[in-house]
Design a binder for this molecule. Structure first.
Ligand code: ATP
Length: 219
């Protein structure tokens, strides 16, 4: 479970205060995957980062009672001067997992060949994305956080392998996806919410959420 209790978050832009959440309260239970619809720039990444614990609220409380992933595609947890072998073994220890398993899983999934033993700083953006994505799939979570759908890499073989592992994982896991597009949410979610004016409006179905979202777009 993850719960926001009267959470506020805003940024000072130098001219005005940009409000992301204004004393918002909501709860996501295990087993009830949630899609959040929000326009670009309204705070999708900020909310996902707050759920992950990467960003703190200004006020209010966020309670997590499950294993919550870092946002899918997040690349902040790895160290550039270290190799993929070193990074994967280090992260495995942090999560209390078997380093041999996490290293071999990532080595198999990434297809980086000899680069797996080179520092991440020598990787292309696509290679880094593949490694970070593989690392997340090597760890098991109760709730997966996804910002704007699947991070697409151009490596067809990787996308096929990673996509099938993720689909399998999602059969038992709960996911929270934020997106500006209802189409992205359709694939994953049972219930849906709309982020608007600092509040998260929760709905039983995506159809209901879309009605508010579309109404806003045309009003
Ligand atoms: N550290 C910060 N300082 C000031 N403003 C910020 C900061 N982080 C985010 N913002 C602003 O807060 C708003 C929400 O940002 P966020 O990245 O969460 O939006 P988003 O909905 O994910 O956007 P996009 O769809 O464009 O990725 C934006 O206007 C952004 O400029």
């Amino acid at each position: 479970m993850i719960e926001f209790d009267t959470v506020s978050k805003s940024f000072w832009t130098g001219k005005k205060r940009k409000v992301i959440l204004d004393r918002a309260s909501f709860r996501v239970e295990i087993g009830n995957s949630l899609g959040i619809l929000a326009r670009n720039g309204t705070g999708k990444t900020t909310i996902i980062n707050m759920m992950a614990g990467l960003e703190k609220p200004d006020e209010g409380r966020i309670t997590r009672t499950s294993r919550i992933s870092f946002p899918l595609g997040f690349m902040g947890g790895v160290i550039n001067k270290h190799t993929a072998t070193e990074n994967s073994r280090y992260i495995a220890r942090l999560y209390g997992l078997d380093p041999d398993y996490v290293e071999s899983f990532c080595r198999w999934l990434c297809g980086l060949d000899e680069y797996f033993d080179m520092p991440l700083g020598t990787y292309s953006a696509g290679m880094r994305a593949r490694f970070c994505f593989a690392l997340m799939l090597a760890l098991e979570f109760d709730i997966y956080l996804i910002d704007e759908g699947m991070p697409a890499t151009t490596d067809v073989e990787f996308n096929r392998k990673a996509g099938s592992i993720l689909r399998d994982r999602l059969k038992n896991a709960t996911i929270i996806v934020v997106s500006h597009s209802a189409q992205t949410l359709e694939k994953f979610c049972r219930s849906a919410a709309v982020l608007k004016d600092g509040q998260l409006y929760m709905f039983e179905t995506l159809e209901e959420a879309k009605r508010l979202y579309d109404y806003e777009a045309h009003s």
